[in-house]
Design a binder for this molecule. Structure first.
Ligand SMILES: Nc1nc2c(c(=O)[nH]1)N[C@H]1C(S)=C(S)[C@@H](COP(=O)(O)O)O[C@H]1N2
Ligand SMILES: [Mo]
Length: 319
């Protein structure tokens, strides 16, 4: 127990040392008797990708569904070409600056229309969770793309535990905002903190995952450590990084990009090659590491899984 706590920090936000130490043990020990690093399930074996400072191997990751056999982007591409505006606007800024983010301890506040609101320690949320490798395409609204072997688990497994009430229609995700650790938030580029949202059925969809790693290792800060979203059929900005709060709401939440530029960034933001961004075409994309542009697919190629979520909606209006 902490005897004194710094002013302005709720005791619920403080993790005692025991839990702090357990985080690493959990991630290492996930499903028990883990030996060594990657098994055949990994896209790349442990020895082939160098470990960066602060990374741990995640053992016993099971291959997940919905994979693709497209060529993976390299670990280097995925961890050095990033959007994380809290650390700067240049693609290289997050990999240069994000080491200052403290990710242990980490608490997620769950509130709103749920039977089990609380400040949850991340390690408690991860207990008993089966981590999967999900190889997904990532399509940024800026018309570049990558293929990433994420490690994560369906968001629905957590939502079930929180027991949303019948009035919960949406989930709002708030991400960390720490001026002392994030040089980018000192500038009013967005109305910080970065907030994103999903309709509850989108959040419950089996493709929607919470990500804690990639290439078989815990996330680096530039990719949204310690936990971030990934919805592969939506533009990348929906996949909020470093989540600190999930609020279940009746009304569609305000989101950071939609609020700052509603003509450019929709709430749904499903990948749609027939709806151009006001300033550029969305018909094609530049796969990082490839020379020729390639066609962008409706729902980023995940239409078989997700199109029915939008039955009856005008996808040009609700883009
Ligand atoms: N908190 C936060 N989350 C964020 C962003 C951001 O600036 N801040 N950028 C988004 C955008 S535009 C994209 S394309 C993806 C990029 O994820 P990656 O850097 O892991 O590829 O993160 C998204 N999540
Ligand atoms: Mo993006």
């Amino acid at each position: 127990m902490l005897i004194q706590r710094p002013a302005g920090i709720a005791s619920s936000e403080i993790t005692d040392e025991q839990v702090y130490l357990n985080r690493r043990q959990f991630i290492r020990g996930a499903a028990g008797a883990a030996v060594g690093v990657a098994t055949g399930g990994f896209a790349l074996g442990g020895g082939r990708v160098a470990f960066a400072e602060g990374q741990d191997a995640i053992p016993n990751v099971t291959p997940g569904p919905f994979g693709t056999d497209e060529t993976l982007n390299s670990f280097d591409d995925i961890t050095s070409y990033n959007n994380y505006y809290e650390f700067g606007l240049d693609k290289r800024d997050p990999s240069r600056n994000a080491h200052t983010l403290t990710t242990e301890p980490w608490t997620i506040k769950v509130d709103g229309e749920v039977a089990k609101p609380a400040d949850y320690h991340l390690e408690d949320l991860l207990k008993g969770v089966t981590l999967e490798e999900r190889v997904y395409r990532l399509r940024c609204v800026e018309a570049w793309s990558m293929v990433v072997p994420w490690v994560g688990f369906p968001l629905s497994t957590l939502i079930d535990r929180f027991e949303p009430t019948g009035d919960a229609g949406f989930v709002e995700f708030t991400t960390a905002m720490r001026p002392s650790e994030m040089p980018g938030v000192r500038r009013q580029v967005l109305d910080w903190p970065y907030v994103e949202g999903l309709r509850l059925d989108e959040a419950m969809h089996p493709l929607t995952i919470l990500v804690v790693g990639l290439y078989g290792k815990t996330l680096l800060n530039q990719n949204g450590a310690p936990i971030r979203l990934m919805m592969p059929w939506k533009y990348g900005f929906k996949s909020a990084k470093s989540i600190v709060q999930m609020r279940f709401t009746r009304e569609q939440p305000r989101t950071a990009w939609n609020t700052s530029a509603p003509q450019e960034y929709g709430f749904y933001a499903n990948v749609n090659p027939t709806v151009d961004h006001p300033r550029w075409s969305q018909k094609s994309e530049r796969r990082i590491g490839r020379f020729f542009r390639q066609e962008t697919l409706m729902f980023n190629g995940y239409g078989d899984q997700v199109a029915s979520l939008y039955d009856g909606m005008d996808l040009r209006r609700f883009y």
